[in-house]
Ligand binder design. Sequence first.
Ligand code: GRF
Length: 213
Amino acid sequence: MKKLRVGVLASGRGSNLQALLHQSLAGKIDVEVAVVISDVEDALALSRARAAGVPAVYVPPGKFRTKLEPESEKEYVETLLTHGVEVVVLAGFMRILHDDFLNAFPDKVVNIHPSLLPAFPGLNVQKKAIDCGVKWSGATVHFVNAGVDAGPIILQAVVPVLDDDTPETLAARILVEEHRIYPEALQLIAEKRIRIDGRRVIGEPPPTTGESR
Ligand code: GRF
């Protein structure tokens, strides 16, 4: 099967990128990381990509704190297209992407978030979950739309919130699940096993024998 070419955008430590590289290089998923781009010049994610022999590019974000300047957003799109990227994977990318970017990859941008969306979008969500007293939290892989952490949900995994949890211990428990379900969600996309129907992501039946994927 032809591999799905993904481009990963990451701002930080890149543990989700690492999990993806691991599965991809071991041939466990039909996904190839074509390029990794970061808005942070010394992001660990870039070193992880280089160590795996994957092109790693720093693209300066411009003057804003939470978004990309229009010119640099264009450069992100161009870099992704130059590397033949079909699906954009956000893995701890700390900037909001706008219409020009999303329109370049319609329904082809995915994100992972460390809560059971739609509960607790945004930042510091493990602390918010603990403070709110929920007994369960988890991770969500979703398509990205114009809202923040608001697009159609592909996969979720649930973990308990324990009485003695700190944001750090809860984050670590959730991260284990993130590393499991992100590659799994990308494999579903690679196999064309899902489609978007409004807010929902619906499973498609597996192709019958002999039918090309
Ligand atoms: C993860 O918790 C992810 O859910 C969130 O940012 C964090 C990134 O971690 N979007 P890493 O850089 O993949 O280690």
